[in-house]
Design a protein around this ligand. Structure first.
Ligand SMILES: Nc1ncnc2c1ncn2[C@@H]1O[C@H](COP(=O)(O)OP(=O)(O)OP(=O)(O)O)[C@@H](O)[C@H]1O
Length: 768
């Protein structure tokens, strides 16, 4: 009878010859067997799972199910490095025991069907714990070199602790497999204890032999040398110097103690051994950190204002907020010099390319602090922030400590970029590690897993950026003071280009002396016809592209024309790319312009609706999210309720299907703010009356036909303006947001504020 609770799973499998992987252990190994390489090349990536199954007979090249141990390990692939001659180096971490059900060697690739075995609860008897504890203690005394690799967390359940010891224990494959074979904790422990006893016995015998063969045994050799105080001269000097440097580094008691202890250890190791390299690298890290060095902070507000203005055009409100923030910092510093920097952390929020990073850079310049940038986009692993414990081969400190080393002072400005793009998974939650980094109560003793000693981050000035405010993890958001930056208008972009982007690009291309000028109209044409963005990144690239062409002409064309006009652009940049605006077209029934908000700024979103012969089905295409699908259904119900006043027959749906499509289907769209646009598209399709193509609208619709306010109005209207739209319909309750618009945009736009759908219909439909 099959047990319904048993979980079987089929996964790619790799038979292994001479090792056993334990759950919780991390092991790198080489893969060279043809079938195994093929299995890997099936598309296995870092983050995927594999099965590692140990062979009974390592000599067999193509093992069968009978020649494979029945208990294997589910492993997570942590690294996958192709090597020359079709070899791979794979780093895995054991996840769970599995029982082999079926081994499926299909010639080329190998898979196995296995049952995943859940780890049983640990028995509560303390006698077992004690026996285990003292056996491990003896084991570590006999094998001190393993003490580093095996750091047993006291909170680790007994079964996992047994696995951890078995993983590092010297021993042959059969012995280790015997431990893996035991799912139940007690027999597992007994199997291990037996092996540890054997280890103790063999050590005793080895000890006797060692005494007879002193010069052969490396460890004994070094020990002997040490006892006689005859370490080679050069090495003695080196270690003495190292100790001296440690004492001078001002590390603080804890770190100094650790570093000196490590030098003692290093002394007992053969200088060329891997262990000595690990030890030396650790000491070097401690020595390289800026424990005491401070950048001389000059917090002169006038100077800061001058630098912010020098580096950035416009952004008046943003700069003012930054200066206020710096003023508060100055006050705090005057009150208590050297005290931890308290107060909220500044967060610059806005679409890409609007100058968030470059503002942070200017602040660093104004404060005379080194600028360090840590991009958090895509960071899912806490270890990227805090590092890996030293037990892990190739481990390193996390990014915070690595950056501090690079900055060389204890008080740099560190920009934590894109904090809204962090993920979290089983490897830990990076946002909680980040909270600790930012919290003045905790960051005086920030613990990096690799360093294993506290480092004081309280003098670091942290700044953060994000594209989307509501995607910032809530506890982080609570600590932030948000400054919003919005998309630039055409005029702002042109001014930024004239004042900053063009001079910077001329300088970068070595073309300052050639008298090159971009006419205003040329810059505007680049912005309108060659870029589509909230910020100025693409614009910066297009300007560089023009300069590359001009660099060549300056050497080849005679006479050389240094003036860039709009008319020359097609020759310099190729055909215009973004000329087709949905606004320019002929009005057609069912086609309506909506306004959308995206993390990269606002956008114009055309909605198309069509009526087809059918049976009253509403079909939606174009990757609409759940809320938007609900809006579409609601819009249809509204139209049905108003059928009479719209001049539709009561049974108009009986023989009609409706299809609503949002073009650019690859981009997911969601939210309730397209309500009135969807309703207008349906009304227009059903009545056959076109909607004005020069009008764009946004607003949430209720079943009774009320229009509710929406979010992101400023970005939406900036986008409408950018695309040449001059008439917009928006919810009356959003009126107060109009004040946030730059004067240049407000002046150009005719804004209709509406409370009900009944007001929208006459404004939108083309009058006949
Ligand atoms: N107001 C401005 N004045 C001068 N230069 C600007 C201005 N805004 C942006 N820039 C320039 O535009 C470029 C892009 O800006 P930056 O990299 O700071 O954008 P960002 O907002 O940090 O984008 P992302 O979110 O993608 O990191 C930089 O070269 C920057 O100097």
């Amino acid at each position: 009878m099959t047990n319904p609770l048993r979980k079987t799973i089929t996964l790619p499998a790799i038979p292994i010859r001479d090792m056993v992987l334990f759950p919780g252990a991390r092991v790198p190994f080489m893969v060279g067997r043809r079938a195994s390489v093929k299995t890997l090349e099936l598309g296995i990536k870092v983050g995927d799972h594999l099965l590692l199954l140990t062979q009974r007979n390592p000599k067999e090249d193509q093992p069968k199910q009978e020649s494979i141990h029945a208990v294997g390990t589910l492993a997570l692939v942590e690294s996958l490095i192709p090597l020359p001659r079709d070899y791979y180096k794979v780093g895995v971490k054991g996840v769970a025991r599995v029982r082999l059900e079926r081994y499926l060697d299909e010639g080329d690739v190998v898979q196995a069907e296995v049952e995943i075995l859940a780890e049983p609860a640990a028995p509560g008897e303390s006698a077992l714990q004690e026996a285990f504890g003292s056996a491990v203690e003896g084991f570590l005394q006999r094998n001190p070199e393993l003490a580093r690799t095996l750091s047993l967390d006291p909170s680790l359940p007994l079964g996992q602790a047994v696995d951890a010891v078995a993983a590092v224990m010297p021993g042959d494959v059969r012995e280790k497999q015997a431990v893996l074979d035991q799912l139940e904790i007690e027999p597992r422990l007994h199997t291990l204890l037996k092996l540890l006893e054997a280890d103790a016995a063999s050590h005793q015998a080895e000890g006797r032999e060692d005494a007879q063969n002193l010069e052969k045994d490396h460890k004994a050799f070094v020990l002997g040398e040490k006892m006689r105080g005859v370490l080679p001269e050069g090495r003695k000097d080196e270690l003495a110097q190292l100790r001296e440097r440690i004492l001078k580094a001002g590390m603080g008691e804890e770190a100094e103690g650790k570093a000196l202890e490590e030098v003692d250890r290093l002394e007992g190791m053969p200088p060329q051994s891997a262990e000595a390299t690990v030890s030396r690298t650790y000491i070097d890290w401690l020595l390289a950190l800026p424990w005491t060095k401070l950048a001389e902070d000059h917090l002169d507000l006038e100077e800061a204002e001058r630098i912010l203005d020098e580096d950035h055009a416009g952004l008046e409100k943003v700069k003012a907020r930054i200066l206020e923030y710096l003023a508060v910092m100055r006050r705090l510093r005057d009150q208590a010099a050297g005290a931890p920097l308290r107060g909220p952390i500044l967060c610059l929020v806005g679409p890409p390319g609007v100058g968030k990073t470059s503002l942070a850079r200017s602040i660093a310049r104004a404060l005379n602090r080194p600028f360090l940038r840590f991009s958090l986009g895509g960071v899912r692993d806490e270890a990227e922030i805090r590092g890996h414990r030293r037990t892990y081969i190739g481990s390193m400190p996390g990014r915070i400590i690595s950056l501090l080393k690079k900055g060389g002072v204890r008080n740099p400005l560190m920009l934590l970029d894109e904090i809204d793009k962090m993920g979290s998974d089983w490897r830990g939650d990076p946002s909680s590690a980040l909270l600790e980094v930012l919290d003045p109560e905790q960051n005086q003793t920030f613990q990096d897993h690799y360093l294993d000693v506290g480092f004081d981050l309280s003098q670091v000035l942290f700044l953060t950026t994000a594209n989307v405010r509501h995607q910032i993890p809530q506890p982080l958001d609570d600590r932030l003071e948000v400054i919003e930056l919005s998309s630039y208008t055409l005029g702002e972009k042109r001014a930024i280009a004239q004042a900053h982007l063009v001079p910077k690009a001329l300088d970068r291309h070595g073309m300052t002396g050639l008298g090159i000028v971009f006419e205003d109209r040329a810059l505007e044409w680049i912005i309108q016809a060659y870029t589509k963005e909230a910020g100025v990144r693409q614009l910066e690239r297009e300007i560089s592209a023009v300069l590359r062409k001009l660099a060549r002409l300056s050497l080849q064309a005679d006479p050389f024309d240094p003036v860039v006009t709009a008319e020359r652009l097609p020759r310099l940049l190729g055909p215009e790319r973004f000329l087709e605006s949905p606004l320019g077209g002929q009005p057609a029934p069912g086609v309506v312009n909506g306004l959308a908000w995206t993390p990269t700024g606002g956008d114009l979103l055309t909605i198309e609706a069509a009526r087809l012969p059918g049976k009253g089905v509403l079909k939606l295409t174009g990757k609409l999210g759940e809320v938007m699908q609900e809006s579409a259904n609601l819009a249809l119900s509204f139209v049905r309720m108003r059928a009479d006043s719209l001049g539709l027959a009561p049974d108009f749906l009986e023989k009609t299907d409706l299809h609503v499509h949002l073009p650019e289907g690859a981009i997911p769209k969601d939210g309730p703010s397209a309500g009135i646009t969807l309703a207008m598209a349906l009304i227009s399709a059903l009545t056959g009356t076109p909607v004005r193509a020069d009008v764009a609208m946004t607003g949430e619709l209720t079943l009774r036909g009320m229009v509710l306010p929406i979010g992101g109005l400023k970005e939406k209207l900036l986008a409408a303006h950018r695309m040449g739209c001059r008439t917009v319909i928006i919810p009356a309750d959003n009126a107060r947001h109009l004040e946030e618009l730059p004067e240049e945009v407000r002046r150009d736009l005719t804004v209709h504020l509406v409370k009900t759908m009944d007001e929208v219909i006459p404004l939108a439909l083309v009058r006949t």
